[in-house]
Design a binder for this molecule. Sequence first.
Ligand SMILES: Nc1ncnc2c1ncn2[C@@H]1O[C@H](COP(=O)(O)OP(=O)(O)OP(=O)(O)O)[C@@H](O)[C@H]1O
Length: 402
Amino acid sequence: MTEIATVKQRFGIIGTSELLDRALEVALRVAPTDLTVLVTGESGVGKEFFPQVIHAYSARKHNKYIAVNCAAIPEGTIDSELFGHEKGAFTGATEARKGYFEEADGGTIFLDEVAELPHPTQARLLRVLQTGEFIRVGSSKVQKTNVRVVAATNMNLQEAIAQGRFREDLFYRLSTVPIVVPSLRERPEDIPLLFRKFAADVAVQYRMPAVTLDEGARQMLMHYYWRGNIRQLKNVAEQISAIEQARVITAEVLSKYLPRQEAGAPVAAGSVRMDDDMSTERELLYKVLFDMRADINDLKRMMAELMQASGRCQEPVRDIRGLLPSAAQSSLAPVQPAPVYAESEEVTDDPPRERTKADMQREQIIRALRRNNGRRREAAAELFMSERTLYRKIKELGIAEN
Ligand SMILES: Nc1ncnc2c1ncn2[C@@H]1O[C@H](COP(=O)(O)OP(=O)(O)OP(=O)(O)O)[C@@H](O)[C@H]1O
C-alpha cells in the first residue's frame, strides 16, 4: 500500500482523484518540517483532515494538537483563548489561564477559519509566528512557545487583504506552504464513492439497508454543481437515506433533493450548510426523522423481545413507554413521524407554532451536545449547522451547557 493510501485509510478520507492525492502528498512532504501551512479550498471540501495528517506525520505527533475555530470564538475573548490571561485581566478573570499557544507548546495548532481573526489578534499571531513570543492578556511578561501552525480558510484572502480585513504580512507568513484542497466539481469521480460511504454510514448507524443509486441517479449526482461540496453531498445522502422508503434511488427521486441550478451559474444550494433559520429548521426536522426511525426500530425490536419473553404473542403490550429510552418515548405517540409536525401546527389546542419549533430545536441541540459530550464542533456538524449558528442558537434558546 502506498503512503497516501495508508493515510486515507487511517483518516477515513475517501477519494481516488489525482488532485486529492496531490494535496495529500504535499501534506505528507511538509509534515516533518516545522513550516507553517495554509490550507485553502471551498467550504466543505475536507480541509480539516490536512492539519490532522500533518500533525500525525510530524515529530510533534506525541504532543498536543489543538484545533481552534476562529469564527466560533467571540471577538472579546479570542486573545485570551489563544494567548491566555492573568488573574484580574478583565471582569470575570478570577484565575490566570493558559492559552492554546501555551498549552500546545511542542505541538500543533490548527487555526480554522483564520480569516475571521480580528486585527489585534492578527498582530499577536504574526508575532508568535515570527518569534515564538506571546504575552498573556493583562501581563507584560513575554513568554516563548514552540508551536507549529496550520491554518485554513475558505475565503479569498487576497480579497480580504484588498479590503483591509486581513494583514498582508500575516498572509505571507501563514502561507509558507499552501495546500489547495480541490472542490468536488474538480473530482467528479470521487462523488459516487463518497455517496456510497455516507449511505453505508447511515445504514449502520440507523440499522437500515443502505440506499444505492441507479445509473441515471449516478450520472445526475456526478454532474451536479455541489456548491457545498462534500458536506452538501453527505447531507443529501443522509436525507435520502432517512426519508426515502425505496432503497434504489432514481434520478427522479434524487432531483427532489438537489436544488435547481441555473445554467452555468453556481446557485445557492438548499442543503448546503447554511446559517439562515429556515434551513436550520429543515435540517433539524431531518434529524428528528432519523432519531424517530432509530427509535421505532428499537421499539419494534423491544416489542418482539417482550412478546417472545412473555410467550403471549396474541396479547398486545399496552404501554411500554416506560421501558424506552427518553428519545424513543418522545417519538412514540406519533407513530407516523413525517406528518406529525405539520399536523400539530394546525391543531389549535397545541402550543403555538413558534414555540413548538423552538422546543424541538432545543431538544435536538441538547441531544446533539449530549451525544458529543458537550463538544460544540461535533454537535454542530451532526446538526448540519455551522459552529457559529450553534453558538447563537445555544444563546437564543437559553441552553445551559456544562
Ligand atoms: N475525502 C473525504 N472523505 C470522507 N469524508 C470527507 C472527505 N472530505 C470531507 N469529508 C467530510 O465532509 C465534511 C466537511 O469536511 P470539513 O469540515 O473538513 O470541510 P472544510 O473544508 O473544513 O469546510 P469549511 O471551510 O466550511 O469549514 C466532514 O464531515 C468531513 O468528514
